[in-house]
Design a protein. Structure first.
Length: 512
């Protein structure tokens, strides 16, 4: 069933359905009515000869330049063409589809003064699989994602490039093959297509979906590592979590306790006379506090992105009065600072998971801390085991720390100092994909090390739920008995992580 856009109630699940599963999309009748009403306000202003920014003026630093009525349409086309200055690797199909949907939904609110045909064309492009080629670099995140959205808008007007049925084509040809008529822009419509945060929002929304799955995977990896290191789950006591009531910490503590329930390894060293250690290293004992902080930070970033899903980020905005007249008001809703800060939060969260996972890997491979054979190989010396796997995890962790440097505090003045404080939100969101790739590999290495550690403790078994994760790892990677290249194993387990196979274990119904 088609997802119907109103501009007010788009959800993440609907966004993912359109971006990832090609769900169809259409425009609600009430949205069409609102758009027609706000469009009438723009048409009256153009006819009256009054001056309004972006309708019959230049843009940015050129806002004081008045445009004659006969040049208004050309102004919009020139705007799209001049702003198509993006460079770099094009956005993925999913990112592009998310951008199309988000821009359509923002315009569907009826506060932008564009005709319904503009949004209907965006919907038709998404439904037919006409995907504009959008370079990923060139936005400073205010006035919105101008360059990326200009490349999207080019195809709407029959210019630029688009991919259609796996073929890169001129935009006009892609529309023609799909049976879609290019839009002839009227006053303000070019500006409304360009002014918005939908580039950074698309990338951030898709990254948050992945990050949510990876924090669940990190809980599973930590639970297996805890057993491999014969750690104690005592620090996950619900009373401890209640004494410092962060919801994320409580969730992770419950997950860890549940995953290791019934562990024979744990029972084997429970008596004090069998284990002289009083407390585990922080990377084990403080897992709820660290993973929990990641969970809470991602929740806040999600909440900020959720507001943006149904926000009007155009400028100026058209506010219709009850009598049908209206005000056209310039403001700054295109500024990406909220999303830039949310992207920075997500980056810090990803780097944090990377760091603590790498420390657990080091704990398992280091014979001084693991109480296991050196580097998790039965015959250390002749074999190096997981020595270099830990080195790889360290390299990726270092890279993520560097990538976590905040973008939202950076600003370079643009447009003749008119746009003198910008968010850098697009670059902040764009780096998340690379960080998530690194984190998947790090968690894959931890899962491999933990399962190897558990094998070295055989015949003792891990907890019943954790064993499902163990079996998933072993289906992709056999126990290491003698040295072999581990890159294929890491890639295979990282692929399982990417599919959500481990995260799903936490959400399976508990057997009666």
């Amino acid at each position: 069933m088609s997802i119907v856009l109103t501009g007010n109630d788009l959800t993440f699940s609907q966004l993912y359905a359109v971006a990832l599963r090609h769900e169809s999309v259409s425009l609600a009748s009430e949205a069409i009515a609102r758009m027609k009403t706000s469009r009438a306000v723009v048409d009256r202003l153009v006819a009256s000869g009054e001056t309004a920014y972006g309708i019959n003026t230049g843009f940015g630093k050129l806002a004081s330049v008045r445009i004659s009525p006969e040049q208004v349409r050309q102004l919009q086309v020139n705007l799209v063409r001049s702003h198509a200055c993006g460079v770099g690797t094009p956005l993925s199909e999913a990112e592009t589809r998310a951008m199309i949907l988000l821009r359509a939904n923002a315009l569907a609110k009826g506060l932008s003064g564009v005709r319904p045909v503009v949004v209907e064309t965006l919907c038709a492009m998404a439904n037919a699989g006409v995907h504009p080629v959008i370079p990923s670099q060139g936005s400073v995140g205010a006035s919105g994602d101008l360059a990326p959205l200009a490349h999207l808008a080019q195809v709407v007007i029959g210019e630029g490039e688009a991919c259609y049925k796996r073929e890169k084509l001129p935009g006009a040809e892609a529309l023609k093959r799909a049976g879609i008529t290019a839009v002839a822009l009227e006053a303000k419509e070019g500006l409304s297509l360009l002014n918005g945060t939908q580039g950074m929002l698309a990338l951030l929304s898709l990254a948050l979906r992945e990050a949510d799955a990876l924090v669940d995977t990190a809980d599973i990896a930590a639970a297996l590592s805890l057993d491999a290191l014969r750690g104690s789950p005592g620090a996950f006591d619900a009373r401890i979590m209640h004494a410092r009531a962060y919801p994320g910490a409580a969730t992770t503590a419950r997950n860890l306790a549940h995953l290791n329930e019934g562990s024979q390894i744990r029972e084997s060293h429970r008596p004090a006379d069998k284990d002289s250690r009083v407390q585990d290293a922080y990377s084990l004992r403080c897992t709820p506090q660290v993973h929990g902080a990641v969970r809470d930070s991602l929740t806040q970033a999600n909440e900020m992105a959720l507001v943006e899903l149904n926000s009007a980020t155009d400028n100026p905005l058209v506010f219709v009065k009850e009598n049908g007249t209206g005000d056209i008001v310039s403001g700054g809703n295109f500024h990406g600072q909220p999303l830039a800060m949310a992207a920075d939060q997500a980056a810090v969260a990803i780097a944090t998971l990377s760091g603590i996972s790498e420390r657990r890997i080091e704990q398992m491979t280091n014979p001084l801390t693991s109480m296991l054979p050196a580097f998790l190989t039965p015959d250390p010396g002749l074999n190096s085991g997981f020595m270099i796997a830990q080195v790889t995890a360290a390299a990726l962790t270092s890279e993520n720390r560097a990538l976590a440097t905040p973008h939202s505090v950076d600003s370079i003045s643009t447009s003749g100092n008119q746009e003198d404080y910008v968010s850098m939100g697009m670059s902040g969101a764009r780096r998340l994909e690379r960080m998530l790739d690194n984190l998947r590999y790090i968690l894959a290495i931890e899962l491999l090390c933990a399962c190897q550690g558990i094998d070295l403790l055989a015949p003792l078994q891990t907890g019943a739920l954790a064993k499902k994760a163990y079996e998933a790892v072993r289906a992709a990677s056999a126990k290491l008995t003698t040295d072999r290249p581990l890159a294929p194993d890491i890639n295979a387990v990282a692929h399982l992580v990417a599919t959500g196979a481990f995260a799903k274990i936490l959400h399976e119904p508990t057997p009666p």
